[in-house]
Design a protein around this ligand. Structure first.
Ligand code: BTN
Length: 271
């Protein structure tokens, strides 16, 4: 089934294009960019206010985690980046990644009734297939008080299965495919931004445990067999024990050894 966005049915998106605001959030919308994360980082360095959102209709060089590309065709997807300057210790900035994943899940639960699950650190899945990814990037550290952090979110909203690359079919999905509904991108965007800012607030108040609890409730692989592709390229196989109070993932191999995962990639199929 093919589906495309329809502005007439998406008043918030239209309002964003007309006013440069989505609710209370200033939005910089561009039809085509290389990467909203790159634009947002440049804007942050030039002093754009915290909470500014950069939204694109499509990206020519959308960035994914671990140097991957994020396919960003026009029309079907939501591609945006939020400028943050969190009042957090440097060592705690990585917590934003888990907080953003929880926030986007909550936003989608509230607006679509769907129940996304999280694959550490911040892939969102529906029926075991990825439809949303988050890339958090930090600027060079000059003044720890005001380090810009960019949270970039890519979401397959209206993509039809037939339009997805053949090698990804079975691995990726969209809200449209899972919910059989043409969701308004404006509502999704506004709710996601509000929830991300809300969860960053929770972090700033020191309640990372609340975020870990919310992550744990939605953990897609806890108790399941998985493979950890380490940054050095080794593959560790075992059962995920979930995340601890620091946000570190634990994997127990079949000899009972437990690995602490702070980077790399988790897969349920052998990489
Ligand atoms: C991943 O799952 O690998 C993360 C994907 C993040 C993609 C989004 S799209 C908006 C923002 N701009 C980018 O270049 N990347 C992020």
């Amino acid at each position: 089934m093919e589906s495309s966005g329809n502005l007439a049915n998406d008043p918030l998106w239209r309002e964003m294009l007309e006013t440069g605001f989505l609710g209370d959030f200033p939005v910089s919308y561009r039809d085509v960019v290389d990467s909203t994360n790159v634009i947002a980082m440049d804007m942050a360095r030039s002093g754009a206010p915290t909470g500014t959102v950069v939204v694109a209709g499509s990206q020519t060089s959308g960035k994914g985690r671990l140097g991957r590309k994020w396919l960003s065709p026009p029309g079907s997807g939501l591609y945006f980046s939020i400028i943050l300057r969190p009042r957090l210790a440097l060592d705690d900035l990585s917590r934003i990644t888990l907080a953003a994943g929880v926030a986007v899940c909550q936003a989608l639960e509230a607006t679509t009734g769907l129940s996304p699950r999280l694959k550490w650190p911040n892939d969102l899945l529906l029926n075991g297939k990825k439809f949303c990814g988050i890339l958090t990037e930090t600027a060079g550290i000059s003044s720890p008080d005001s380090i810009p952090v960019i949270v970039g979110i890519g979401m397959n909203v209206l993509n039809a299965k037939s339009s997805m690359p053949a090698d990804l079919q079975g691995k990726v999905t969209s809200l449209f495919e899972e919910g059989e509904t043409v969701y308004g991108k404006g509502v999704l965007l506004e709710e996601c931004v509000a929830r991300v800012l809300g969860q960053v607030d929770v972090l700033e108040k020191g309640d990372f445990n609340a975020i870990i609890r919310e992550f744990d409730r939605r953990d897609a692989i806890k108790g399941k067999h998985c493979y950890w592709l380490t940054p050095a390229g080794a593959v560790v196989s075992g059962v995920s024990l979930g995340v601890d109070e620091r946000g570190v993932l634990h994997i127990r191999d079949n000899q009972g050894r437990v690995s602490e995962v702070i980077s790399g990639d988790i897969n349920q199929k052998k990489p």
